[in-house]
Design a protein around this ligand. Structure first.
Ligand code: PLP
Length: 485
């Protein structure tokens, strides 16, 4: 193996040095660097995985108060992304979002957020006790894609709230790779004295090339949570939290201690060190992936019945840019749903897509997929041929962003801690929800804890259920409500 450079990947290099020193382990973890591991398991993963799965030993630093190799690795990440300070996360982007909400909002404060927010934002509100104020969201009906609120809508929302300067949470990009006018939104929020947290779970690669949308840190966002495992080569759960401003890290370290393990995986942390280094060294490959995305859009759109929207996505409300490596493939013209198309690709070609909805599939491109693009094109042509005898277009589907916001009766925290009971969701009308229901995809909550469950939400869920849509908890058939509501 080529020598691992201390200056490029300080954390990995420190771990390797320790592993090679041949210490006798009388410490955690219990597999004793492989000596105590189940032999088949050890053989399967290889000795090195066990030797590097270390803990806070002398010279290996401590994530909760980094002074050595973790600190240096975090500084490299901050330097590359342009943050004042970067924290390594071993509990996903989720940990970063929870930590910022815990540190920067409280029971008597408000938090502005898009309705199309990931559940971790709602969970952060339950932890902090803050009251949500949702930004409107709209979809493009024909493309079936969710958009963003305009900066002017954020401004109106902040104006109505008065001078309290709530925390603003923004999503950049959404799951479909669509990006709003983040620069303008951050400017509006700052002009009204608000701090901005950006959920950039799907955008850790934006820094690599100007062919990608603007990275959230470059817009002046104060906190940016990035899922390095989602697009870069880091292990699953590994993520970054970047902080920009002076004093912004106050409280963040304490909150991170609450939402992360006190025994963080060194394999996950080393994978963050490596992912940042690889990203930095392979910027040209990422630019190539972006160009490939544009070329594929054109090639795929020539297949009868299939389109891969490019510039057209700029017609989606509030959308200003898109990630070219987030390939949306619309199969509506084939007379099948995105779910059916994804299932066909999996069965016939062993192609697994990131997600599917009623009319689209979403695929994530990266330098890791260059070798099998021709199979994808062949598979899509075969899919179109297999569907050529179908007639008629799929009609429209229920749109969660089309729903009016339900009446908020309690904060998510109050509803979460209120005495609850479970009722069949079909009979929840008029009750206050004790949990969030998020039909997936696209992952827009239709009811959040503390909101009154109205006819419209009920009708939506019935329709969604009838067309084969799902939501986590659906199989239970019950929804938690606030008892006596
Ligand atoms: C937009 C968005 N934000 C946050 C998260 C949470 O990220 P993680 O799974 O890294 O905790 C996800 C996960 O899918 C997501 O899609």
């Amino acid at each position: 193996m080529r020598a691992i450079s201390e200056s490029k990947t300080p954390l990995l290099s420190g771990l390797l040095k320790h592993a090679q020193a041949g210490y006798l382990s009388f410490h955690t973890p219990g597999h004793k660097q492989g000596q105590g591991a189940w032999p088949q398991w050890r053989q399967l993963l290889g000795d090195q995985a066990f030797q590097l799965d270390l803990t806070e030993l002398s010279g290996l630093d401590n994530l909760q108060d980094p002074q050595g190799i973790i600190k240096r690795a975090q500084e490299r990440a901050a330097g590359y992304y342009g943050a004042r300070e970067t924290f390594f996360l071993v509990n996903g982007t989720t940990a970063g979002i929870l930590a910022v909400l815990l540190a920067k909002s409280r029971p008597d404060s408000k938090v502005i957020l898009p309705r199309f927010s990931h559940q971790s934002v709602i969970h952060g509100l339950i932890l902090s006790g803050a009251q949500p104020v949702y930004l409107p969201g709209r979809s493009h009906k024909v493309l079936g894609l969710p958009g963003h609120a305009a900066a002017s809508e954020l401004d109106i929302c902040l104006e109505e709230l008065g001078p309290e300067g709530p925390l603003v949470v923004l999503l950049h990009p959404n799951y479909y790779g669509l990006v709003g006018d983040l620069r303008q939104q951050v400017q509006v929020a700052h002009s009204r004295g608000c701090k901005v947290l950006v959920d950039e779970a799907h955008g850790a690669h934006f820094k690599t090339s100007t062919l990608f949308p603007v990275p959230a840190l470059d817009t002046g966002a104060d906190f940016v949570a990035q899922g390095a495992h989602k697009v870069l080569g880091a292990f699953t759960q590994a993520a970054f939290l970047h902080c920009q401003g002076e004093g912004d890290t106050d409280g963040i370290r304490d909150s991170l201690r609450m939402v992360q393990s006190s025994s963080p995986s060194y394999l996950l942390m080393a994978s963050l060190d490596v992912a940042r280094c690889q990203c930095q060294q392979e910027e040209d490959k990422w630019a190539e992936a972006a160009r490939l995305g544009e070329k594929l859009r054109q090639q795929i759109s020539q297949i009868p019945g299939i389109t891969a929207p490019g510039e057209e996505v700029l017609e989606v409300p509030g959308v200003k840019e898109y990630d070219p490596t987030r390939l949306i493939i619309n199969v509506r013209g084939l007379g099948i749903t995105g779910f059916e198309a994804a299932d066909w690709l999996c069965r016939q070609y062993r192609i697994l897509v990131e997600m599917a909805d009623f009319q689209n599939m979403v695929l994530i491109l990266s330098p890791g997929v260059f070798d099998y693009i021709s199979v994808l094109l062949e598979a899509l042509s075969s899919l179109a041929a297999a569907c050529s005898t179908r007639v008629g277009n799929i009609t429209s589907f229920p749109d969660p962003l089309g729903l009016a916001l339900p009446q908020q009766e309690m904060t998510p925290r109050e509803a979460f801690f209120a005495k609850g009971s479970f009722v069949p969701w079909e009979s929840a009308c008029g009750k206050i929800a004790g949990e969030v229901i998020t039909p997936y995809p696209p992952g827009v909550p239709v009811i959040c804890p503390g909101e009154r469950f109205g006819e419209e939400v009920l009708e939506f869920l019935k329709e969604w259920d009838a067309v084969g849509g799902a939501w986590p908890g659906q199989s239970r058939g019950l929804i938690k409500i606030v008892a006596g509501s």
